[in-house]
Design a protein around this ligand. Structure first.
Ligand SMILES: Cc1ncc(COP(=O)(O)O)c(C=O)c1O
Length: 358
């Protein structure tokens, strides 16, 4: 039985993409072999990675002065690569502490240079995005780091902070391609693939060209953006199959109408679920209304035993992976691009039924 998979990541992929991959699994085009078996130096693979990059550039309207990299190591390796490569002039950066991944990013950056944390929402279990003002960024710094969408807590930045002219870096792992962003507002964007892009194992980095080549000479080659960019993401063997699937997802999104269409659908899906949560007397949303994520909807009943019962009964109804992160408890429905509105409606119908019988 095919289920509705509300996993926060790895997450559901468009069915059309999975079917295409299945058709091409054994024999890709005229190559006579699987993409998995191909040399990354072959013309066939070069075409696959070039097309993936071209389609991502179109989807996000990435300006020509930005490099697109397909790397490994997950978003977590970017927690280290960003400071190693960018914290080089002032040796100082600002980090907004809005969740568990922001905390991890801060811990890694502290190994490289000075980290200033002007705001944090840890006082209320990261259930909101703290306000910032430009005067908070009053010292010379190499960048300001934000987590655009906080996967665990279900919050997002609905507008980008005014950083007083300091370059902005964002971890977009759980919202990339879900809503329109203006790439030029950022010095660097990174995202693990396993939510809105493709399978785990690929990390996308979009970096402004003038920021390359600043890493200290002691930097390992595999961690130096300039070397990776100069080699077209192929300094070593890249995650070829993951890049191929990511390429299929990009082409699929373009065919569906691109990011604005995704955004409209995501807003509709999120509204359906939040509207129900706001009207429910059993389920309560945990994120502050103004900062609600379009991608990860977190909620509780207030009774742990009831949460557990709900999660287990939902599973029996083909609604899986809605258990909240252990640090928040309760439930989390991750409704990335590939989650159809029917999935959200099925979840709501089941919640109503559960509420009636509770
Ligand atoms: C916002 C965010 N940043 C970073 C990560 C860590 O990503 P990875 O497991 O690819 O290292 C995640 C994973 O869920 C995430 O949601």
């Amino acid at each position: 039985m095919k289920v509705y998979n509300f996993s926060p990541g790895p997450a559901c992929l468009p069915e059309a993409v999975l079917k295409q991959a299945q058709e091409e699994l054994v024999c890709y085009g005229g190559s006579g072999m699987s993409v998995m078996e191909m040399s990354h130096r072959s013309a066939d693979f070069q075409e696959i990675i070039d097309k993936a990059e071209k389609d991502l550039r179109t989807l996000m309207a990435i300006p020509d002065n930005y490099k697109v990299l397909f790397l490994q190591g997950g978003a977590s390796l970017q927690f280290s690569m960003v400071p190693i490569n960018l914290m080089t002039t002032h040796k100082r950066a600002y980090y907004l502490k809005t969740g568990a991944f922001a905390k991890k990013a801060i811990a890694e950056a502290k190994k490289v240079g000075e980290v200033i944390v002007p705001v944090s929402s840890e006082d209320k279990t990261f259930s909101y995005i703290p306000d910032t003002t430009p005067d908070m960024f009053d010292r010379e710094a190499d960048y300001v780091h934000i987590t655009s969408n906080n996967t665990i807590y279900g919050t997002r930045f609905t507008k980008i902070p005014d950083t007083n002219g300091i370059p902005l870096v964002s971890d977009m792992s759980s919202m990339i391609l879900s809503e329109t962003v203006n790439v030029s507002d950022y010095a660097l964007i990174y995202a693990g693939a396993q939510k809105n892009i493709g399978p785990a194992g690929v990390t996308v980095v979009i970096v402004r060209e003038d920021l390359l080549g600043k890493a200290p000479s002691s930097t390992p080659s595999m961690l130096d953006y300039k070397i990776l960019a100069d080699e077209g993401s192929m300094y070593n063997t890249p995650p070829t199959y993951g890049i191929y699937i990511a390429g299929l997802v990009f082409a699929h999104l373009l065919k569906e109408g691109g990011v604005p269409v995704m955004q409209k659908r995501n807003e509709e899906k999120a509204k359906l679920l939040y509207d129900y949560l706001d009207s429910s007397s059993l389920f309560k949303p945990t994120a502050e209304k103004k900062d609600r994520s379009l991608m990860n909807v977190t909620f509780v009943t207030g009774d742990e035993a009831l949460d557990k019962k709900f999660i287990s009964e939902a599973k029996a109804h083909g609604i899986v992976n809605i258990k909240g992160h252990r640090s928040v408890g309760g439930m989390r429905a991750s409704i990335y691009n590939a989650m159809p509105i029917e999935g959200v409606q099925t979840l709501i119908d089941f919640m109503k039924e559960f509420e009636k019988n509770a």
